[in-house]
Design a protein. Structure first.
Length: 256
């Protein structure tokens, strides 16, 4: 019986290792953007949106698991907030994954890239404003539902959507990042299972293997990067990368 895993060659897998490493460093520093960056680059390279999202979420099961354990050990998780976002997030993730696997790649690609472009502009707006108002968040459950759906449908967005909106409502930054990252493990696990049921062996790609290697290598470094690098320049850099790569992907998709 043939293995469903792809045969790996260094020249083919190295770019994805580098993308996974860089994206996880950014995610560790900001509490967001691993999925968005990885999926944007994969889709812009012509990877089927459903396969790209499945690959990224399978990798995130491991990276968010390590991150969640770390945040729990350091007391960064607000368990009441966790309970309010994790169940709606799981429901939204299943719905988003199902929708993405039921439509054709040609139909999905422009919409997925448009969503990622919008996320890029939103992150840029957040970086320029960079304001923090300390209040208790009120809009939580619907936010988790939308964040989970968009995360599955776009291959990323749980962190940018949920983290940014909770911070905009005034929640404590350290608790928000720790709680959202810990909940993301369960979101990624559910979305991955949904994709694997629909895509089976097709979800196991060279891109997935490369992202996994790079992401796991960078995961322990993320907390150190968060302490040493300022948030605003990183957030601006992420937003610019997302906007440019997504816009280019939209152009090539519509042109082709």
């Amino acid at each position: 019986m043939e293995s469903c895993l792809p045969e790996l060659h260094l020249a083919e897998i190295l770019p994805f290792i580098l993308v996974g490493f860089a994206a996880q460093l950014v995610d560790g520093a900001l509490g967001m953007a691993f999925g968005v960056i990885s999926t944007t680059l994969l889709v812009s390279r012509g990877v089927d949106p459903a396969v790209a999202s499945a690959s990224v979420h399978a990798v995130e099961v491991f990276t968010t698991g390590a991150s969640g354990i770390s945040h729990t050990i350091h007391g960064n998780v607000n368990w009441r907030l966790f309970r309010r976002i994790v169940i709606p997030g799981i429901i939204g993730g299943v719905l988003g994954a199902y929708v993405l696997t039921q439509i054709s790649a040609a139909t999905a690609r422009p919409f997925v890239l448009s969503y990622l472009t919008a996320i890029g502009f939103y992150l840029l707006w957040r970086a320029i404003r960079h304001q923090q108002r300390h209040k208790n968040p009120r809009l939580v459950e619907p936010l988790g539902l939308v964040g989970g759906f968009l995360d599955a449908a776009g291959g990323g967005g749980w962190g940018p959507v949920v983290t940014s909106n909770l911070l905009a409502q005034g929640a404590h930054p350290r608790k928000v990042i720790g709680t959202v990252n810990t909940a993301e493990f369960f979101i990624a696990l559910t979305i991955s299972a949904t994709f694997l049921v629909s895509l089976k062996a097709e979800a196991f790609t060279t891109a997935m293997a490369g992202l996994l290697i790079g992401g796991l290598a960078a995961a322990p470094v993320g907390a150190l990067v968060a302490k040493r690098l300022p948030t605003r320049p990183l957030l601006i850099l992420v937003s610019i990368v997302l906007i440019l790569t997504s816009a280019y992907g939209i152009y090539t998709s519509l042109r082709g």
